[in-house]
Design a protein around this ligand. Structure first.
Ligand code: SF4
Length: 333
């Protein structure tokens, strides 16, 4: 424990030397429940793989995705990335979708849609500024067992192309899949070698029907240890802490460990909830200022947000309806 407190103090010092005191909430936008691979051992989609055969039927509506992007812009929530299963869309269709979401949000997006080829990365350059690889487990032996169909080499190839095309590069890590803190050295090497600018640390959320069903999520101190070690080793890197709604009272700890932002919190559903208020308290207790809105009255000019979007008339109407329903939900308490 003494070592952990020392590490935390060091990480907080390094954070303060390199960043201002702001904190941002980030939201990953998920577009589909279909995944062609469907065999990552921790993943909810692996439990749906046999059931969902038709990618089109497993997609979220375009209107809901665009409306969500508008909510993110208005509430100052950063979009971490667009994510969904492998091959949920054909390339052309996905490009159109990403363009619409990016236009509604008013900024280019990060993509987390598997290992992209050089041609694919070139294709997405107009809508995307960064690529994120779902590494999840850095230990190679463990990774082969847990993510058998998405080899790390393909991700590394993507990062090489991304470097040449001047994309930013990020990775996600899930803690609690069987790794140990000794694996941090492997992560350190990987970040350095691939010039990663952002790392997201999530904790296992055990899904029914997976081999992790009865496994506990790792402790908040364990998550903070990974974050703090990363902060000390890479003073300027961006670090995101995944915070499930039942763990928000550990957010202050992750911020002291050097996290810049947090995600995984279901912010539309729990807007103005006691958990949202708890988050605001946690941010304050860590001496930081939350830039994103999670409480209070939501006032969004729907027409202004939608009128200039280059969308067919019926889709615009659907987006407006969806936005209305999101705002109603957020103002319901
Ligand atoms: S590739 Fe992604 S969506 Fe597909 S099973 Fe693995 S983690 Fe789940």
């Amino acid at each position: 424990m003494e070592d952990f407190i020392k590490l935390l103090g060091k990480a907080n010092k390094v954070y303060k030397e390199n960043f201002d005191n702001s904190v941002t909430f980030e939201r990953a936008i998920f577009f589909s429940w279909y995944c062609e691979l469907g065999d990552c051992k921790y993943c909810y989609m692996s439990t749906q793989h046999k059931r969902i055969k038709d990618p089109e039927k497993a997609r979220r509506s375009t209107a809901s995705l665009i409306a969500e992007a508008v909510v993110c812009k208005e509430m100052k929530w950063k979009i971490s990335f667009l994510a969904g299963g492998y091959r949920a869309y054909e390339l052309k269709g996905f490009h159109e979708l990403a363009k619409r979401i990016s236009d509604a949000y008013g900024d280019k997006l990060w993509l987390n849609i598997g290992a992209l080829s050089k041609d694919e990365l070139e294709e997405f350059k107009d809508v995307s500024k960064g690529v994120c690889a779902a590494i999840e487990v850095i230990n190679p032996e463990l990774r082969k067992k847990i993510c058998p169909s998405k080899p790390i080499d393909e991700m590394v190839d993507m990062f090489d192309y991304a470097e040449n095309l001047k994309y930013e590069k990020a990775i996600t890590i899930i803690l609690g899949l069987g790794e140990s803190i000794e694996d941090f050295e492997l992560l350190k090497k990987f970040i350095k070698k691939n010039k990663i600018s952002k790392v997201s640390f999530y904790s296992l959320n055990p899904h029914k029907g997976t081999v992790y069903e009865d496994k506990p999520s790792p402790s908040s101190i364990y998550q903070a240890t990974w974050i703090a070690k990363t902060r000390v080793a890479f003073p300027k890197i961006k670090i995101l802490a995944g915070m499930w709604s039942y763990r928000v009272n550990a957010l202050g700890l992750q911020l002291l460990a050097g996290a810049n932002s947090f995600s995984k919190f279901p912010a539309i559903k729990l807007f103005n909830s006691k958990e949202s208020k708890n988050i605001e308290e946690e941010v304050k207790s860590a001496g930081r200022v939350l830039k994103s809105k999670l409480t209070g009255k939501v006032e969004v000019d729907i027409n202004k947000n939608v009128k200039d979007l280059d969308l067919p008339k019926d889709l615009k109407k659907q987006v407006k309806n969806k936005l209305e329903s999101y705002i109603k939900k957020m103002n319901s308490d």
